[in-house]
Write a protein that binds this ligand. Structure first.
Ligand code: ADP
Ligand code: ADP
Ligand code: MG
Length: 768
C-alpha cells in the first residue's frame, strides 16, 4: 500500500510538473509573440529613425546648399520630402495594418476558432481532472490516515501478540523446566521409593498446583489464541479493505492514465495548433517583413534617386539661386520702376489724350466751320446757278409726225455748247440759250442724271418742283412718267430716294409718302382717293406755320419700287376710268406727283421735311387762236391762266420781287411753299422738232428763255419789265418780234451769243 501510495504521489507530482511545463511553454509562446511585436515595433522605429535621418540628411543638404532663398528649389525639395514622408506614412500604415491583421489572427479569428474552443474545453477538462485528482488525493490522504491508524493498531496488536507470545514461551519454558524438574524429582523419588512416594505425593500435590497453573495458562493461551484469531480476522478485513482501496487506486490510475492520454492528445493538438499558428504568424511576419523590406528598398532607391537628383540639382540650384537673387532684386525694383513708368506713361497718355482732345475740338470746330462754309458755298452755288433752272428737251421725230416736208427736222444743236439750240422757223434760224438742252437721242438716264441732284436735295429737306412744259405730244409725259421699259423722272426719282434713304438708314429714319393729284379747270382732285370727282381745297395749316395743306388728299406710304408701281397703276387706272379720252384729258390738266420725305436724325432728333413735286403740265398749245368755244375755250382759258400764272410766279421769284403772285392759280397756290424760299425749281421745256410744230416750239422756247433770262438779271430790269407779260399776250406776238426785252437772242447768228454769259455758265457747270 505504501509503495502504491508513493507511486501514486510520484505520478501526481509528474503530472503537476507536466502541467507546469505546459504552462511555461504557453508563457514562452506568449513571450515570443510579444517579442515579435516588439521586433516589428522596433522595425517601425528603425524606419522612423531612417526617415528622421533622411530628413536630417535633407536639412543637412539644404544647409550645405547654403541656406539660400531659392524658393523654387526649396519647394521642389519640400515636395520631394513630403512625398517621401507620405510614402513613409503609407509604409507605417501598412505596417500597422499588418500588425492589426496579426492581432486579428491572434485574437479575433480565435474568438470563434475551434482550436480555442477545443483549448478551452481541454482546459476545462484539465481543471476537472485536476479537481478529480485533488479529490482523489484527498481520498488518498484519508485512506493513508486510515491505513496509518490500522497499521498502528496492527503494530500494537502485533506487539501485544509478541508480548503474549513471549510470555507464553516464557511460561512454557518455565512450565517445561518445572516439568523436567518434577520429572527429575519423580525419577529421584522413584529411586527412593519412600522418598519418591513423598516426592510423588509432593509432586502430586505440587502437580495439582501446576495443573491448576497449567490450566490457567492454557485458558490464558486460549484467550490469547482467540485474540490472535480476532486480530487475524481484523487483519483480514483490513487486507480486504486495502485490496478494495488498491482496486480503487487502480481504477483511479486507469482513469488518470486515460486523462493523461487525453491530456497528451490535447497537448499534442495544442502543440500542433500552436505550431500551425506559429507558422502562420511566422509566415505573416515574414511576408510583412519582406514587403516592408521591398518598400524600404523602394524608399531607399527613391532616396538614392532624390540624393542623385539633389546632387545634380545642386549646381543648377546654385545658378538658379543666383538668377533668383538677380530677379528678386529686379522684382524689388520693379514696382518702383513700374510705378514710374506707369506714371510717365499715364502722363504721356493723358497728355496725348489732351492733345487729341484739343485736336479733336479744333477739328470739330474746323469741321463745323467747313460745314457752314460748304453750306454757304452750296447756297451760293445754287444761287449762282439759280434756284430755278430751265432745261430743254427735243423729242425725236416719230411716226405720228407723218412724212414729207411737214415732218422735217427744224431743230439743230450747237456741237460745242449743249445749252444752245437753233430752230429753223419760216426760213430763219432762231437760237435759244437755256441751262441745258437734251437732243432727241438723249436717254432717260441722261436726263435724270441732270435732275438727280435736285432729287437728293429733297432728302436734305429742300422743296423741289420739276415741271414738264410744252405742247401736247412734245414728250412731257414721256419725260415724267416714261414707259414701262424706260421709266421717266418719277420712278427714277423715287428709286433714287429709296436708295439714298437706305444709305442713310444708320443715322436717320425716313418716311416717304406719295400723293397724286390733278388740276383740271382750276379744280384740284385726288387721283388716289376714293372719290376722284371731289374737289379739294387748299388750306393754311392751322398751326400758324404758314404752310399749306390739302385736307383729304390721300397719302400713301411707300417703301419700295413695287409700292410706287402700285401707286402709279392705281392713279393711272383712276385717270383712265374717269376719262373717256385720256390723252386729250391729260393734255388739258396738270398732273402732280407729290413725294414727301420726312426724316428724323436719331442722334440729334433733328427733323427734316422735303417735298418733291413732279408736275406734268397741260399742253401749252395756243387753243385760243383756233377760235374754240364753250368748254374747250374755258379749258384753254384755264390752262393759259395757270401757265401764265406759273410764269409770273417764276419770274417774280427769280427777280426776287417782294410780292410773288402765288394765288393767281390753283397750281401756283398749291406749290407755293415748294417754289419759294430755298426751294429749287426745274422747268423741263419739251419741244417737237417737226417742221409743222415750229410755231409752238418757238413759243415754248421763248417761254423757256424768258423764264431763264430773268436769272442774274440786273435789278433795274425788274422795274423795266414791270410784270411778267401774260401768256395770252405773248402768244399773240409774232415769233419774230417776240424777242424778250433786254438780252434777247433773236438774232439768227449763234456767234452773237454773249460770250461772257456763256463763260459764266460753263464755269458754273464745271463747278456744279
Ligand atoms: P405729251 O405728254 O407732251 O403730250 P407724250 O409724252 O405723250 O407727249 O409724247 C408723245 C409721243 O412721243 C409719245 O408716243 C412718246 O412716246 C413720244 N416721245 C416723246 N418724247 C420722246 C423721246 N424723247 N424719245 C422717244 N419717244 C418720245
Ligand atoms: P462811271 O464811273 O464810269 O462814270 P457810273 O459809276 O457813273 O460809271 O455808273 C454808270 C451807270 O451805271 C450809272 O447810271 C449807275 O447808276 C449805274 N451803276 C453803276 N454801278 C451800279 C450798280 N452797282 N448797281 C446799279 N447801277 C449801277
Ligand atoms: Mg402728256
Amino acid at each position: 500500500v505504501m509503495a502504491s501510495m508513493a507511486h501514486l504521489q510520484k505520478e501526481k507530482l509528474r503530472l503537476q510538473e507536466e502541467l507546469l511545463e505546459l504552462q511555461e511553454k504557453l508563457a514562452a509562446r506568449e513571450n515570443d509573440e510579444l517579442s515579435l511585436s516588439l521586433q516589428l515595433q522596433g522595425q517601425v522605429e528603425t524606419l522612423k529613425a531612417k526617415l528622421l535621418e533622411q530628413e536630417q540628411e535633407i536639412s543637412r543638404l539644404r544647409s550645405e546648399l547654403g541656406g539660400t532663398d531659392a524658393e523654387k528649389h526649396r519647394d521642389l525639395l519640400a515636395a520631394e520630402n513630403e512625398r517621401l514622408r507620405q510614402e513613409m506614412k503609407a509604409c507605417e500604415g501598412e505596417l500597422r495594418e499588418l500588425r492589426r491583421q496579426q492581432e486579428q489572427q491572434q485574437q479575433a479569428p480565435c474568438r470563434d476558432c475551434p482550436h480555442l474552443q477545443e483549448n478551452a474545453r481541454l482546459q476545462q477538462q484539465l481543471s476537472q481532472l485536476q479537481r478529480e485528482a485533488e479529490e482523489t488525493r484527498a481520498k488518498l490522504v484519508e485512506l493513508d490516515l486510515e491505513v496509518q491508524q490500522k497499521t498502528n493498531r496492527v503494530a500494537e496488536v502485533e506487539l501485544r501478540l509478541k508480548d503474549s507470545l513471549a510470555e507464553r514461551a516464557e511460561e512454557e519454558e518455565r512450565l517445561s523446566r518445572r516439568l523436567r524438574d518434577s520429572q527429575e524429582t519423580i525419577a529421584s523419588l522413584k529411586s527412593q521409593p519412600q522418598q519418591i512416594k513423598y516426592i510423588i505425593k509432593t509432586v502430586e500435590v505440587e502437580s495439582a498446583k501446576a495443573k491448576q497453573a497449567l490450566c490457567e495458562t492454557q485458558s490464558r493461551n486460549q484467550y490469547l489464541q482467540e485474540q490472535v484469531g480476532m486480530q487475524k480476522q481484523v487483519l483480514k478485513e483490513m487486507e480486504q479493505q486495502l485490496q478494495s482501496s488498491q482496486k480503487t487506486e487502480a481504477q483511479l490510475q486507469a482513469q488518470i492514465m486515460i486523462y493523461e492520454a487525453e491530456l497528451e492528445r490535447t497537448h499534442g493538438q495544442m502543440l500542433e495548433e500552436m505550431q500551425a499558428l506559429e507558422e502562420e504568424k511566422n509566415h505573416a511576419i515574414e511576408e510583412a517583413f519582406s514587403r516592408a523590406q521591398v518598400e524600404m528598398k523602394a524608399v531607399h532607391e527613391n532616396l538614392a534617386g532624390v540624393r542623385t537628383n539633389l546632387l545634380m540639382l545642386q549646381p543648377a540650384l546654385r545658378t538658379l539661386t543666383h538668377d533668383y537673387n538677380c530677379l528678386k532684386r529686379q522684382v524689388r525694383d520693379f514696382p518702383l520702376l513700374l510705378q514710374e513708368t506707369l506714371r510717365s506713361a499715364r502722363a504721356e497718355i493723358s497728355q496725348a489724350i489732351e492733345e487729341v482732345n484739343s485736336t479733336n475740338r479744333e477739328l470739330l470746330r474746323k469741321y463745323r466751320r467747313e460745314l457752314q462754309l460748304r453750306k454757304k458755298c452750296h447756297n451760293e452755288l445754287v444761287r449762282l446757278k439759280g434756284n430755278i433752272r430751265v432745261f430743254g428737251r427735243v423729242r425725236p421725230i416719230t411716226k405720228e409726225d407723218g412724212e414729207g416736208p411737214e415732218a422735217a427736222n427744224a431743230v439743230t444743236f450747237d456741237a460745242d455748247d449743249d445749252a444752245v439750240l437753233h430752230l429753223l422757223h419760216k426760213g430763219k434760224q432762231v437760237s435759244f440759250e437755256l441751262d441745258k438742252v437734251f437732243p432727241p437721242q438723249a436717254s432717260q438716264e441722261e436726263v435724270f442724271r441732270e435732275v438727280q441732284a435736285l432729287v437728293t436735295s429733297c432728302i436734305d429737306g429742300y422743296n423741289v418742283c420739276i415741271f414738264a412744259y410744252g405742247q401736247t405730244g412734245a414728250g412731257k409725259t414721256y419725260t415724267m412718267e416714261g414707259t414701262a421699259a424706260n421709266p421717266g423722272i418719277n420712278q427714277r426719282a423715287l428709286q433714287l430716294l429709296f436708295s439714298e434713304v437706305r444709305g442713310k438708314a444708320a443715322d436717320w429714319d425716313y418716311a416717304i409718302t406719295v400723293s397724286a393729284a390733278e388740276i383740271y379747270n382750276e379744280a384740284l382732285r385726288d387721283l388716289l382717293g376714293k372719290e376722284p370727282q371731289e374737289k379739294l381745297e387748299i388750306k393754311l395749316c392751322p398751326d400758324g406755320s404758314g404752310q399749306l395743306y390739302v385736307p383729304g388728299l390721300t397719302e400713301f406710304r411707300v417703301q419700295s419700287v413695287e409700292d410706287i408701281n402700285k401707286v402709279f397703276e392705281f392713279g393711272h387706272v383712276k385717270r383712265v376710268t374717269e376719262c373717256t379720252n385720256l390723252n386729250e384729258h391729260s393734255s388739258r390738266s396738270h398732273a402732280l406727283l407729290i413725294v414727301t420725305v420726312r426724316g428724323l436724325d436719331r442722334s440729334t432728333g433733328l427733323r427734316t421735311t422735303g417735298k418733291l413735286n413732279l408736275v406734268d403740265l397741260a399742253g401749252s398749245e395756243r387753243v385760243g387762236r383756233s377760235g374754240a368755244k364753250g368748254s374747250r375755250l374755258r379749258e384753254a382759258q384755264h390752262i393759259n391762266k395757270s401757265l401764265s400764272a406759273l410764269g409770273d410766279v417764276i419770274y417774280a421769284l427769280r427777280s426776287r420781287q417782294g410780292h410773288v403772285p402765288f394765288r393767281n392759280s390753283k397750281l401756283t397756290y398749291l406749290l407755293q411753299d415748294s417754289l419759294s424760299g430755298d426751294s429749287k425749281t426745274l422747268m423741263m421745256v419739251q419741244v417737237s422738232p417737226a417742221e409743222k410744230n415750229t410755231s409752238e416750239t418757238l413759243c415754248s422756247l421763248k417761254f423757256a428763255e424768258r423764264v431763264r433770262s430773268v436769272e442774274l438779271g440786273p435789278v433795274s430790269r425788274k422795274a423795266e419789265l414791270g410784270s411778267w407779260p401774260s401768256h395770252e399776250h405773248l402768244e399773240g406776238d409774232s415769233p419774230g418780234s417776240a424777242a424778250p426785252p433786254g438780252r434777247g437772242h433773236a438774232s439768227p447768228s449763234p456767234g452773237q451769243l454773249s460770250s461772257h454769259s456763256a463763260s459764266i455758265r460753263r464755269k458754273l457747270q464745271t463747278s456744279g
